[in-house]
Design a protein around this ligand. Structure first.
Ligand code: SF4
Length: 232
């Protein structure tokens, strides 16, 4: 069995989380984390909501740096939802190939763009209900767009947010949608968007998946999983 397979095979931990305690933990860690990452925000380059929507679709299983390299060229080529909608899927695939999963991503981009062009006159809608009704757009992508393109409070739960929320006992849920609703109850609404960005940065820089650097973690004294591999 490979090392990766061993990690995957680790049984899912189940801990019940007390909401009052979780809210109190957020109250303590939030000022510390916010201060630690003063420039937190999306690293996906975009000039408008459509570009952010497409960059977010491309970012699945891909680094932001790679997505930015690809979008630097493709956003010059496809300038509107109509352009994307009319493009041949094969051509889109070839333009976005290096981001991985290019067939599914090309189908999602073309489908979402077609719906935006036909239903909304080419403008990306700004509500959760309308965004998730677009082909290939789930809650995480919708939250990224709402929070970063439209300035609406939105919690985007990626793998880092899920991992840190469980380690910090903010929620027992590893399902992204359930977690989003749990976090919405304990994180102040005005901080929702920034909270996800900050958790993502802390996950990348300190609270890594395989070996968290608890000894260098500014919030370790508030973390139930600090130096406890059984809770990683
Ligand atoms: S103390 Fe360790 S497990 Fe807890 S948040 Fe910090 S790095 Fe992650």
């Amino acid at each position: 069995m490979t090392k990766k397979a061993k990690i995957k095979a680790r049984p899912e931990r189940s801990r019940s989380v007390n909401k009052t305690d979780a809210a109190e933990r957020v109250r303590k860690i939030w000022p510390i984390l916010k201060k630690a990452y003063p420039n937190a925000g999306t690293a996906l380059r975009h000039a408008n909501p459509l570009e952010l929507l497409i960059a977010t679709i491309l970012s699945a299983q891909c680094t932001d740096a790679r997505v930015n390299m690809v979008t630097k060229d493709v956003f010059k080529k496809y300038k509107s939802a109509e352009h994307w909608a009319k493009a041949d899927v094969k051509h889109i695939e070839s333009d976005i190939r290096s981001t991985g999963f290019y067939h599914n991503k090309a189908v999602s981009i073309k489908g979402a763009s077609k719906a935006i062009a036909e239903r909304y006159g080419g403008k990306v809608p700004d509500t959760m209900e309308e965004l998730v009704a677009l082909p290939g757009v789930g809650r995480k992508t919708a939250n990224v767009v709402l929070g970063n393109a439209f300035g609406k409070p939105a919690i985007a739960c990626d793998t880092h947010v899920i991992r840190l929320s469980r380690r910090l006992a903010l929620s027992e849920n590893s399902d992204a949608v359930k977690l989003e609703f749990d976090l919405a109850e304990i994180v102040p609404k005005k901080s929702w968007t920034l909270f996800s960005h900050v958790l993502i940065l802390h996950g990348r820089n300190v609270c890594n998946a395989r070996k968290p650097k608890c000894e260098n973690c500014r919030i370790s004294k508030h973390c139930p999983a600090a130096n406890n591999p059984a809770l990683w």
